[in-house]
Design a protein around this ligand. Structure first.
Ligand SMILES: [Zn+2]
Length: 289
């Protein structure tokens, strides 16, 4: 278990310590699950002479690295807090609790049952770099429903803590097993935006990455980042945080991978229509430097 800070003082990607900081709120659903906080109204009855009346929410800070541009929540959740936040992720109890805070989440729920359409384009982009039927490890791949090359692989291993039933053809592996297999592709999609220490997560994948292995990392290219390319002034524009606690740009991902001895060989910016909203994914393909 890596000892990490509860409040980030360094960039989660490049490790730099020049961080711009601005106040924000942690959205109530996350604050409730992680800290047990509920929004509350401070009223006259509280008898607090020096505080103004009004709604109080869980405060946090938006941090942006002035070196690589990574934008992230200052809180770095502990393993226990992560477990609390993702307990029964997207099951009925989770969904109804979340919808009670965020009525718009209803539209999101329906979408996660099926394979995402944009994956065909990701596969087409990856294919020229890989054998016809690649050996794939999907890190955080859930059931395998969104694993790359689900239908065209020589093997599909999934490392996922959720313990859900896997689709036919997929095989669960633990972290000890991944070093014993030769993979053509290690993929980790739509995971790094959630985790407290992305660098440490990718470090755990290294035993699976041989000299010929390609690593594909995919994250949302968040609208705020996309619409302000290269900006180092994003912290004051990011006023709320949700389950995506890390907003990446391509430079930040490159810097993070360099610290692990990996080198980016190609990148992908793919507009996607994910059912309830138009969005874009950012993918990078890397190998050992
Ligand atoms: Zn940085």
């Amino acid at each position: 278990m890596v000892n990490r800070e509860l409040i980030a003082r360094q960039c989660i990607c490049c490790g730099g310590d020049r961080l711009d900081k601005s106040s924000a709120v942690l959205m109530p659903f996350v604050a409730h699950r992680v800290f047990g906080h509920e929004p509350v109204e401070i009223t006259e009855e509280w008898g607090l002479r020096d505080l103004r009346r009004g709604m109080a929410y869980t405060l946090c800070n938006s941090l942006q690295c002035q070196n690589c541009g990574a934008l992230f929540l200052d809180y770095r959740f502990t393993d226990e807090q992560m477990t609390a936040l993702y307990r029964n992720y997207r099951d009925e109890a989770y969904n109804s609790e979340r919808i009670s805070y965020e009525p718009g989440y209803t539209a999101v729920v329906a979408h996660y049952e099926q394979r995402a359409d944009y994956l065909a384009e990701v596969e087409a982009w990856l294919a020229p770099h890989l054998p016809e039927a690649p050996a794939v490890l999907d890190w955080g791949g859930d059931t395998g429903i969104n694993s790359p090359f689900l239908k065209r692989n020589s093997l599909l291993h999934i490392h996922d803590i959720s313990g859900v039933d896997l689709l036919q053809g997929a095989c669960r592996v633990d972290v000890e097993q991944i070093g014993e297999q030769k993979y053509d592709l290690v993929a980790c999609s739509q995971v790094l935006e959630h985790v407290p220490s992305p660098l440490e997560l990718v470090r755990r994948m290294l035993p699976a990455i041989g000299p010929q292995t390609l690593l594909y990392l995919e994250v949302p290219h968040e609208a705020l980042v996309r619409e302000n390319p290269g900006s180092k002034g994003l912290a004051p524009l990011k006023r709320h945080w949700h389950e995506h606690v890390n907003f990446y740009n391509e430079t930040a991902l490159c810097r993070m991978l360099e610290r692990l001895g990996l080198q980016v060989v190609d990148s992908l910016h793919l507009p996607v229509d994910i059912g309830w909203t138009r969005s874009e994914v950012l993918g990078v393909l890397a190998r050992r430097a």
